[in-house]
Design a protein around this ligand. Structure first.
Ligand SMILES: *Cc1c(COP(=O)(O)O)cnc(C)c1O
Length: 377
């Protein structure tokens, strides 16, 4: 059996070595390291893949979220509602811009922000909602868009974990996640479903005017050379990263398919295990692209299992071990523990297993058998 890794970037590289090397070589030859032709070409190719009017590449996913919020003109004191159960970047940029993060509980089944909790958190100061398509499964965008329309709020999708996933709306429309709200942010961190070989990110929008504003924000607030109309940032995707992403984008659907197949094999292996809850798909036909394959361990043995896996040399992740509302940087006296009962429980139960495009059957069998044997003893 091959050594089990949480993600296998080397194995994936072996399959696309020539494309990646040729693409990187082109950058070396034309030495346009910043804003080179590879960046422009990648932008166009990603726009086409997603079916979105504008992709604006930037330096990383955290910047992408921040820039999206700057582009929307959110002002200090504006409240932005997001999930308590997510990576800190989502709340971090809200706080950094001196907006007020308002964390709300999530759905116990999908791990995604709970639309009912969003409704409860809305105040006259609320300006935006940031749903995170956590672990690769689309959030309930029909409900979220409806709330946003009703209360005149922006929707900023944090699509760092779900690039390539489809969302089927209740009207029967199929859209890529990240193209539904006003604007979306994604990350090309190496371990993401579409990852580069360093840092990278992008903003997506169908709004021409917003795209124009954001293109200035990423570039020091310049719309005309050396005319700085707004306070911007310096956030660029470099040409080497764009070159890697161009080599990988044509494989994204295949990669997501490989993740889905691995997830189906895990699901089958864990069938009938009472202490294990495998990832639940919502009833609709939207896709889950399994950025993470996350189990809930229902018998209180999650930490013991983690220790056991560590001893057995099987990698795992606890995403996320602490609810954001309990993080020192994001506590707020307005929060009430009772309002976070789902997240408070999830952080004790979740464990994410190795998930990537190169997982082999014997590895999945070994991982699942090790877990089942331990939990039944
Ligand atoms: C990875 C991630 C980010 C941040 O992306 P970086 O490229 O690492 O800055 C933001 N939100 C979520 C949900 C993520 O998973």
């Amino acid at each position: 059996m091959k050594k089990i890794q949480m993600v296998d970037l080397k194995g994936q590289y072996e399959g696309i070595k020539k494309q990646v090397n040729d693409s990187l070589h082109e950058v070396l030859e034309d030495t346009s390291f910043i804003n080179g032709p590879q960046v422009h070409a990648f932008q166009k190719e990603l726009e086409e893949y997603l079916g979105v009017k504008h992709v604006i590449p930037c330096a990383n996913g955290t910047d992408a979220l921040q820039i999206a919020m700057m582009g929307l003109g959110l002002k200090p004191g504006d409240e932005v509602i997001t999930a308590d159960f997510t990576f800190a970047a989502t709340a971090e940029v809200i706080a950094l811009l001196q907006l007020t993060p308002v964390l709300v509980d999530v759905d116990p089944v999908t791990f995604n922000i709970d639309p009912e909790e969003i409704k409860r958190a809305i105040t006259p100061k609320t300006k935006a909602i940031v749903p995170v398509h956590l672990f690769g499964q689309p959030a309930d965008m029909d409900a979220i868009m409806e709330i946003a329309r009703e209360h005149d709020l922006y929707v900023i999708e944090d699509n760092a974990q779900a690039i390539g996933a489809n969302y089927h709306s209740k009207e029967g429309k199929t859209m890529k996640v990240g193209t539904i709200g006003d604007v979306a942010a994604t990350s090309f961190f190496p371990s993401k479903n579409l990852g580069c070989y360093g840092d990278g990110g992008a903003i997506f929008t169908n709004n021409d005017q917003l795209a124009h504003i954001i293109r200035g924000v990423v570039n020091h607030g310049m719309y005309e050379r050396y005319h700085h109309d707004v306070v911007g940032v310096n956030s660029r995707l470099d040409s080497f990263q764009a070159a890697v992403l161009r080599a990988k984008l044509p494989n994204l659907d295949k990669y997501n398919e490989a993740r889905k197949e691995a997830a189906a094999k895990y699901n089958k292996a864990f069938e009938g295990e009472e202490s294990i809850e495998t990832p639940v798909r919502t009833g609709d036909s939207s896709t889950h692209v399994y950025h993470q394959y996350t189990l809930k361990i229902k018998n209180g043995k999650r930490d013991a299992l983690a220790k056991h896996l560590q001893e057995k040399g099987i990698p795992f992740g606890i995403y996320y071990p602490i609810p954001l509302h309990l993080q020192k940087a994001y506590t707020d006296e307005r929060y009430n523990e009772a309002d976070f009962s789902v997240t408070n429980q999830l952080v004790k139960e979740v464990i994410s297993l190795p998930m990537h495009t190169e997982l082999e059957d014997d590895q999945i069998e070994h991982i699942s058998k090790t877990i089942i044997d331990f939990l039944n003893n």
